[in-house]
Design a protein around this ligand. Structure first.
Ligand SMILES: [Zn+2]
Length: 131
């Protein structure tokens, strides 16, 4: 069994290169707002999973975990911020010691919420409320 170069060369080797768009010097001569030629980046090593940056709020957030690429709802851990303790002390000094000083611990803006992934357990981000 010998092949004596009977295989034709691949078809794409014979095709002329695609027509190039007008050169940039021509295109830039007039101010053209839209560039008709947008270069397309080829995929490298298969499809890439794009993880969108989701702004983390005080509630559970649906996102794609950047660590394990799983569609998850974040697991929250709510902790009062140091500002909450400070507000507590201030309210206490103003005389509202009958439980009012606990108000900052009930406000979203005084709590920090840590989001983590329920699948891999990694930390995903933190919501710090409104400063
Ligand atoms: Zn994960």
């Amino acid at each position: 069994m010998e092949k004596n170069g009977m295989d034709p060369p691949p078809a794409y080797m014979q095709q002329p290169p695609p027509l190039m768009p007008p050169s940039y010097s021509q295109a830039m001569a007039g101010s053209i707002p839209l560039n008709p030629y947008t270069p397309v980046e080829p995929f490298q090593n298969g499809p890439r999973i794009m993880t969108t940056v989701v702004p983390l709020g005080p509630e559970q957030t649906r996102m794609i975990c950047p660590h394990c690429q799983t569609d998850i709802y974040t697991t929250r851990k709510v902790k009062p911020k140091p500002a909450a303790y400070l507000s507590c002390a201030l309210i206490f000094m103003f005389g509202c010691f009958l439980g009012c000083c606990l108000i900052p611990f009930c406000m979203n803006s005084c709590r920090s919420v840590s989001h983590s992934c329920p699948n891999c357990g990694r930390h995903l981000g933190k919501y710090l409320g409104n400063e």
